[in-house]
Design a protein. Structure first.
Length: 442
């Protein structure tokens, strides 16, 4: 049934996630921006912000979905959205799925659909057997028809439920946006764009074979909801639009290089266009030229933490670790979210200086980064290296054990935990943690 379900736009679940094919992107700038988008919406939905994560998926298609307590948004959706309100609308829609408990009810509906298919198959088989015993060929063909129709009926029932669910999420999203004094125009624009792309492609869709309402149905609903709001014509703040464009520039540079940045920005003189150009220049292999461009950007926007952050990355590539550490330190001080990702890179730069006097600080910064962002596997590797450089092999092994455990590599985690347990003082916190990892699954 899952294979037959078409994912048209924003969905409640993702087959890619279920099959383990989701490629996650980590970036302090984008994560902070999405968190700023999500926070008021989640509050309006009655959801605890600390209990919901917004995850970036490396996928060029316009899509978003929820799984567990996470909202996943594709890079394609982020880059193609022209204004913040479009992505805020996406987040509001997904928050509607979370607040409505749609995932739990969807699992119940899927279980019911499977039961319908099984029961239908059994009834069909019974009819076939009865027809064979009686010599009635009509009974046998009737049984086959029941058996073949059962999965289709189950699928249509499930998809009908999903279409209703999507409509409910749209209505909830409009409610949250109104509560936060934001327009639903972005959601409307998204579906109008999607509907047009279907029309241009000449796509003919059977409404019973999709999990979403047809775009024209959703557009009609959203038009009435959006236009009824007193905030329909409310525009995004200029500062938020500027951050949004910087995000789009970064994604364009990483996904398509200079050409993608040029296609995205007609105004080559804008800060976002120059930012994308600098990133693409570095990714293209000319870090020295990129550094000059970033220096100019810092002069133009000295309080932007993420320009300083990327400048630190370029300086690391140029083997200027001490200067990189200063850039990351500046970025961290300017970053009001105090991102663990930036702090971890500061620790990496301090370690890369090769200065023994900086090792203790590198350990401290990496440890603090992991306290706020415990799933950063790369930071565990760097912390292990920092402990190793300081001669603390027991904690170096423990860092590797913890990192592998967090990454789901339990076998490797236990190997490193056994090494750590043999080197750390008995009954110390580190030794206890190593033993905890060793006992997992026993």
């Amino acid at each position: 049934m899952a294979a037959a379900t078409m994912m048209l736009a924003m969905t409640a679940t993702s087959p890619a996630l279920a099959q383990g094919r989701v490629s996650v992107v980590r970036d302090a700038e984008i994560e902070t921006l999405l968190l700023d988008y999500a926070t008021p919406v989640l509050k309006a939905a009655g959801l605890n912000r600390n209990g919901v994560e917004v995850i970036i998926v490396n996928d060029p298609s316009f899509n978003a979905f929820v799984d567990g307590r996470r909202i996943f948004i594709n890079t394609g959706a982020l880059m193609s959205s022209e204004v913040p309100n479009e992505i805020i609308g996406v987040i509001a829609h997904e928050a509607g799925h979370l607040a409505g408990g749609h995932q739990h009810r969807l699992r119940e509906q899927m279980a019911r659909a499977r039961t319908m298919a099984i029961v239908g198959g059994l009834l069909g088989a019974g009819a076939v057997v009865a027809g064979s015993v009686s010599g009635n060929s009509g009974g046998a063909s009737g049984g086959a028809a029941i058996a073949s129709a059962a999965p289709s009926m189950a699928m249509r029932g499930l998809l009908s439920y999903r279409r209703s669910e999507e409509m409910n999420a749209d209505q909830a999203a409009a409610k949250y946006l109104s509560a936060t004094r934001q327009s639903a125009k972005g959601m409307l624009t998204t579906f109008q764009r999607f509907s047009q792309s279907l029309s241009l492609a000449g796509v003919q869709v059977d409404q019973y074979q999709i999990s979403h309402p047809l775009p024209r149905e959703r557009i009609a609903l959203l038009e009435s909801l959006a236009e009824a709001s007193p905030y329909f014509d409310t525009a995004d703040p200029a500062s938020l639009i500027a951050r949004h464009q910087m995000m789009r520039a970064k994604i364009a540079a990483y996904s398509g290089g200079q050409a993608a940045v040029s296609r995205l920005f007609k105004d080559r003189g804008s800060l976002a266009a120059k930012y994308g150009d600098a990133i693409a220049t570095d990714l293209g292999g000319n870090s020295a030229a990129a550094l000059k461009k970033l220096d100019a950007l810092v002069a133009a926007s000295p309080s932007n933490p993420y320009i300083h952050e990327f400048r630190g990355e370029v300086l690391l590539k140029l083997h200027k670790a001490a200067d990189a550490a200063k850039a990351f330190d500046k970025a961290l001080k300017l970053d009001r979210s105090r991102s663990g990702l930036i702090r971890a890179r500061l620790g990496v730069a301090l370690l890369a200086t090769g200065d023994k006097h900086q090792i203790d600080r590198a350990v401290d910064e990496l440890g603090r980064a992991l306290q706020s962002d415990p799933d950063n596997y790369a930071a565990y590797l760097s912390l292990s290296q920092a402990y190793g450089a300081s001669g603390d092999i027991g904690n170096a092994e423990l860092a590797m054990a913890e990192g592998n455990y967090r990454a789901g590599n339990v076998k490797q985690a236990k190997i490193f935990a056994a090494r750590a347990a043999g080197k750390l003082p008995p009954k110390s916190p580190g030794a206890r943690r190593a033993n905890d990892i060793l006992t997992i699954g026993k």
